[in-house]
Design a protein around this ligand. Structure first.
Ligand SMILES: *[C@@H]1O[C@H](CO)[C@@H](O)[C@H](O)[C@H]1NC(C)=O
Ligand SMILES: *[C@@H]1O[C@H](CO)[C@@H](O)[C@H](O)[C@H]1NC(C)=O
Ligand SMILES: *[C@@H]1O[C@H](CO)[C@@H](O)[C@H](O)[C@H]1NC(C)=O
Ligand SMILES: *[C@@H]1O[C@H](CO)[C@@H](O)[C@H](O)[C@H]1NC(C)=O
Ligand SMILES: *[C@@H]1O[C@H](CO)[C@@H](O)[C@H](O)[C@H]1NC(C)=O
Ligand SMILES: *[C@@H]1O[C@H](CO)[C@@H](O)[C@H](O)[C@H]1NC(C)=O
Ligand SMILES: *[C@@H]1O[C@H](CO)[C@@H](O)[C@H](O)[C@H]1NC(C)=O
Ligand SMILES: *[C@@H]1O[C@H](CO)[C@@H](O)[C@H](O)[C@H]1NC(C)=O
Ligand SMILES: *[C@@H]1O[C@H](CO)[C@@H](O)[C@H](O)[C@H]1NC(C)=O
Length: 489
């Protein structure tokens, strides 16, 4: 009897412990939220839900052409009875939601998006990954039109590898990023990429891209955000508002997973048209369960870098016709001109050295522990990380290292994080003179690739650089407004 009671007691204890531990693991790691058991049990949902409502459910059909969702739309059929059948919606194959799968005799294509590129001819660009380098297969584009039952089938140009020798992916089992280009006639709504012209495809990508008469200036692209557990909203709000003050008209974030508060923040800006959030996932056999996804991105450096170029190039092609310059940044980086906005800066740069493919800003670290060598600045709220951190390394990192810049959408064809990989008439990117602007990089420590000796020197040999204060009043006002609206403080 007493044994049974004891067992029952232990089981109950076990259940309670499991509950507490699992709450710890799944709820966010910031300590202020649910303090007690009672609160955990009673909290209806996110207790921070202030009077802010989510935008209506977004269209999440992603890269699938809308013809599949328009009941009465006429659909293409095939070239002939044995060739190039237009797939049904459920003939399309997917991997991890966002990638359309096409098998070939030598590997698998994971297709992300397709875009028109009308520069120097009419082309469609497909952004994809493939399980082989270099590809031993040829590829064909089957173009699908609204007003025709038959596809037009053309051979692709040789796929462009969005990577480089020397970066450690030449050997071994990797999935490789490619840009595939097919000449196109007219305006097909969709394209299937296949190995042989008559193959029945298991993919159809919507072809995006619209002609715009007047281009806007700057779009910023951010590779897959992966902060599922850490609430980085206050840092992010300051960064987004600063970019807006500098003249950025759109920020395209790619998202693996973010903290619920960050999600609300991104929704808020998306609702207002400043931000677009594009979901992205790890490929194939890798888990997209948040803890595993984070670990993967942290540990599998080469795999991460191979996939990172997908969002960068996707963002480039998505905005080719709508923006003059594409700027790739991480959320701890910002290009700050000495005393003006990006628009004035780019005018100066183009006057000095017209028509370059890219203008690259040199990297300088604003390392965290520099902050605590001085008092907080009293006229700046303590949560404003960048405004509070105005001590930087005296020296820049080496020329060409860790640079970020403005890429001219008339010229660049393929982008890597730190420079263009390919341009229509050859890349002739230039370095921005540090007397005009530089890249402020806010980190706890230096990046991989900076020796710890050099990093220590940078930590010790510092200067005060307050150029960011040019925007101080406006930035404080804006951040305050948004974080109050959203209840982030
Ligand atoms: C829960 O998390 C807090 C803070 O992260 C930690 O101090 C505590 O030990 C954790 N409790 C359990 C049961 O894991
Ligand atoms: C989704 O997109 C389709 C076609 O673009 C449109 O007709 C429909 O109203 C959209 N749905 C929502 C919920 O926005
Ligand atoms: C279908 O089209 C392909 C490609 O043009 C051609 O090779 C094939 O002979 C055609 N088949 C029939 C049955 O017409
Ligand atoms: C489809 O329409 C385009 C123009 O919108 C035209 O150039 C093309 O000839 C048409 N194709 C057919 C098969 O009618
Ligand atoms: C494509 O599908 C058709 C049936 O719609 C079939 O007759 C043909 O053999 C298939 N072609 C290939 C290359 O598999
Ligand atoms: C995923 O796993 C399957 C089965 O083990 C394997 O055939 C395939 O090549 C793997 N995919 C990739 C991209 O490694
Ligand atoms: C810059 O290039 C564009 C097209 O690429 C051309 O129209 C323009 O004349 C060029 N400007 C200068 C100053 O070379
Ligand atoms: C950068 O600008 C400064 C000041 O205008 C000038 O003295 C210096 O020569 C420039 N450096 C380069 C590399 O052009
Ligand atoms: C900074 O750069 C100067 C000139 O290149 C060099 O002499 C000095 O050692 C560097 N200082 C540090 C702390 O790296």
């Amino acid at each position: 009897m007493s044994k049974k009671l004891c067992l029952l007691f232990l089981i109950t204890l076990g259940i309670i412990c499991t509950f507490v531990i699992s709450k710890n693991l799944t709820s966010d790691q910031t300590p202020t939220k649910h303090h007690t058991f009672r609160q955990i049990l009673q909290a209806p949902s996110d207790p921070l839900d202030k009077p802010f409502s989510l935008p209506p459910a977004k269209n999440t059909t992603g890269n699938i052409p809308s013809v599949f969702f328009t009941p009465k739309a006429p659909k293409p059929t095939k070239l002939n009875t044995t060739c190039a059948k237009f797939p049904d919606l459920f003939d399309l194959q997917f991997r991890n939601d966002h990638w359309q799968l096409q098998k070939t005799s030598t590997g698998s294509l994971f297709l992300f998006n397709a875009y028109f590129d009308r520069r120097g001819g009419d082309f469609v660009r497909i952004i994809t990954m493939f399980t082989q380098h270099p590809p031993e297969t040829q590829f064909w584009c089957q173009f699908w039109y609204q007003n025709s039952t038959k596809p037009v089938i053309v051979e692709s140009e040789a796929p462009f590898w969005l990577f480089s020798r020397k970066w450690g992916a030449d050997r071994g089992q990797f999935v490789h990023p490619y840009l595939i280009k097919c000449p196109v006639k007219g305006a097909p709504f969709g394209v299937s990429l296949v190995e042989k012209p008559c193959d029945n495809a298991s993919n159809v990508l919507q072809i995006f891209g619209k002609e715009t008469v007047v281009k806007k200036n700057f779009v910023v692209c951010v590779k897959g955000l992966n902060f599922p557990f850490e609430d980085k909203s206050l840092r992010l709000v300051e960064w987004i508002e600063l970019l807006q003050i500098l003249g950025v008209e759109k920020i395209n974030f790619y998202e693996f997973r973010v903290h619920p508060n960050t999600k609300r923040l991104l929704d808020y800006y998306e609702d207002r048209g400043l931000v677009e959030v594009t979901p992205i996932s790890l490929l194939e056999n890798f888990s997209n369960n948040p803890p595993l996804q984070s670990l993967f991105l942290h540990k599998k450096v080469i795999e991460r870098r191979l996939q990172e170029v997908i969002p960068y190039n996707d963002c480039l092609y998505k905005h080719l016709d709508e923006f003059k310059f594409v700027v790739l940044l991480d959320t701890d980086e910002v290009i700050i001109p000495v005393e003006e906005t990006w628009l004035q800066l780019i005018q100066t740069l183009e006057e000095n050295q017209p028509n370059r493919s890219s203008y690259m800003a040199r990297n300088v670290y604003f390392l965290d522990n520099n902050l605590h060598q001085h008092e907080w600045f009293k006229d700046v709220p303590q949560h404003m990380h960048m405004l509070q951190h105005v001590i930087r390394a005296r020296n820049y990192t080496k020329p060409g290292h860790f640079v970020k810049g403005f890429h001219d959408t008339r010229k660049v064809e393929a982008l890597h994080n730190h420079f263009p990989l390919k341009c229509l008439k050859g890349c002739d990117h230039v370095s921005i003179n540090v007397s005009l602007a530089h890249l402020q990089h806010y980190r706890t420590g230096c990046a991989r690739g900076v020796s710890s000796k050099t990093c220590d020197q940078m930590r010790d040999d510092t200067v005060m650089d307050t150029r960011i204060w040019n925007f101080k009043q406006e930035l404080i006002r804006r951040v305050d407004r948004v974080s109050t609206n959203l209840g982030l403080l």
